[in-house]
Design a binder for this molecule. Structure first.
Ligand code: ATP
Ligand code: MN
Length: 484
């Protein structure tokens, strides 16, 4: 009875609030609709205004035609109808006579929710530099580039869960606060509840026994070690969450807070690990083609003209797999003048990675068997005693997107490696237990989510593929007024 009444009421009212992405279709022509969003542009011509309104549900937005009758309805409407104002439009969807869109909305009523004074609103209709947009990170999602990036980012986060679900993985929520330093690199943010403004006396910040956890704690640099514990119980697990590194790198591929996807698999060796990494990247690129068509088109047109070719190359070909030794030989043979000279034993730098992926192989490359001296303690020692079962996936334009390895599952080898790396085993007794009780061969990797978004959008700076980037010296959100 109640629902019949509701249907009746909605029939009488005959307007439906809809997301713009849901109405941009010829089949809706003739419907009375209501849309809500923000005004992107306004163009006046012969007593008619053409408004482009976007509600974020898609890139295109909708063209609204407002004639003088509608515009004269409200005193303030003409003045308030400026770029950035929020509004509600009721009208009838009609076939668009103009090129560029199939349908448009003929307004019958317009209401402003909130104005955005043209004298003040920083996002006027013009192309702004990415740098300026970073200074107004609270407003930049209203630009085409950032909104398209955000939709792709959201879809891909979902696709990551789809991929692992398809492959029988369980998601593990590993802790953000940790007391184990996964990389042993000492680039961690300390977590404390001590009052750092009173460094002496009772609250001496160096006395961690007075601290919240009674010991030093930090923000995690990786969920891997904890994921290993769950892989050794549930078989195949992954964690997908924020990770933190206090490294002082001012590059276009490093953030202090970034998101990492870390699968960990029991009974996987390094080849299985590489196969999974390759399949994951292909799956995610395919998802962008299939689910983000409009936004991808935008990036191909305005950000990187070679993007489609680059993404297609990932889908079509097997990733090249070469050992670290082969990679070093190729780099030496290239006779390039690298800023970092090449020799067996060096850590590959961005310039080396990019030479391999961009110039030499012109596609994704997986480099495996790195010298143990440049890799963390938990990677499995190869029989040569010099290299470990590590692998990095390198992408053109990005360099390293994935770092992974088969883990050292043998207690004796693991403790020997820890001693070599001057790691105090007392801090890792729980980790060693995983080798003492029911150890199995296992492997995993970490994929940098932002680097993936960089790859599929062609955006060259990692600060533009995360909503609120954190980099050295920058975590606050500014109003942009000073910089504008
Ligand atoms: P790089 O050599 O590029 O600094 P890494 O070897 O230190 O990276 P890993 O510890 O292997 O990085 O982390 C796994 C993945 O996480 C990397 O392959 C990369 O995609 C991503 N990643 C690492 N550090 C950062 C960072 N500071 N900002 C964004 N992504 C990162
Ligand atoms: Mn790495």
């Amino acid at each position: 009875m109640f629902s019949v009444l509701l249907t009746l009421i909605s029939l009488i009212m005959q307007t439906d609030y809809k997301l713009i992405s849901h109405i941009l279709d010829k089949k809706n022509i003739g419907s009375n609709l209501e849309i809500r969003g923000w005004l992107k542009t306004k163009r006046d011509s012969k007593g008619i205004s053409f408004l482009n309104i976007n509600d974020g549900s898609c890139l295109a937005g909708i063209q609204v035609i407002a004639d003088s009758i509608v515009l004269n309805n409200y005193q303030s409407l003409r003045a308030d109808l400026t770029t950035g104002c929020s509004l509600r439009v009721l009208g009838r969807l009609v076939k668009s006579p103009a090129k560029g869109q199939e349908v448009e909305l003929k307004a019958e009523e317009i209401t402003i929710y909130g104005p955005a004074p043209a004298t003040d609103y920083p996002l006027q209709k013009k192309r702004h530099s990415f740098e300026f947009l970073r200074s107004i990170s609270h407003l930049r999602p209203r630009t085409n580039t950032l909104s398209a990036m955000t939709r792709i980012r959201s879809r891909l986060a979902q696709s990551i869960h789809d991929f692992f679900r398809n492959h029988d993985f369980y998601q593990i929520h590993t802790p953000v606060i940790t007391t184990s330093d996964c990389e042993g690199a000492g680039e961690m943010f300390t977590v404390t509840s001590l009052d750092l403004s009173k460094p002496d006396g009772e609250h001496n910040p160096l006395d961690y026994s007075h601290d919240f956890f009674g010991c030093p704690a930090s923000l995690t640099v990786s969920g891997q070690l904890e994921a290993e514990a769950y892989a050794l119980a549930l078989g195949r697990v992954y964690t997908f969450g924020p990770t933190f590194r206090a490294e002082n790198s001012h590059t276009s591929r490093h953030l202090a807070e970034f998101w990492m996807v870390e699968p960990e698999m029991s009974f996987f060796d390094l080849d299985n690990d590489m196969d999974l990494a390759e399949n994951l990247i292909k799956f995610l690129v395919k998802a962008v083609f299939e689910q983000c068509r409009e936004d991808l088109d935008f990036f191909c047109r305005f950000i990187d003209k070679s993007l489609r070719k680059k993404l297609n190359a990932v889908l079509k070909n097997d990733f090249t797999r070469i050992s670290y030794g082969e990679a070093v030989n190729l780099l030496l043979k290239s006779r390039r003048n690298f800023a970092y000279p090449v020799a067996w034993g060096i850590d590959l730098q961005a310039e080396h990675e990019r030479f391999l992926a961009e110039e030499y192989f012109k596609g994704p490359v997986i480099v495996f068997a790195y010298p143990k001296s440049i890799k963390p303690f938990y990677m499995r020692l190869n029989d040569d005693n010099k290299t470990v079962a590590a692998m990095d996936v390198l992408l053109p334009g990005i360099g390293e997107i994935i770092g992974g390895s088969q883990r050292e599952e043998r207690l004796e080898q693991l403790t020997a490696r820890m001693a070599e790396c001057a790691i105090n085993t007392a801090d890792y007794e729980w980790y060693l237990d995983l080798r003492r009780y029911g150890t199995v061969p296992h492997a995993g990797f970490g994929l940098g989510f932002e680097r993936l978004i960089q790859f599929v959008t062609g955006l060259t700076n990692i600060r533009d593929v995360i909503p609120f980037p954190r980099t050295p010296g920058r975590a606050e959100i500014s109003s942009g007024k000073a910089e504008g």
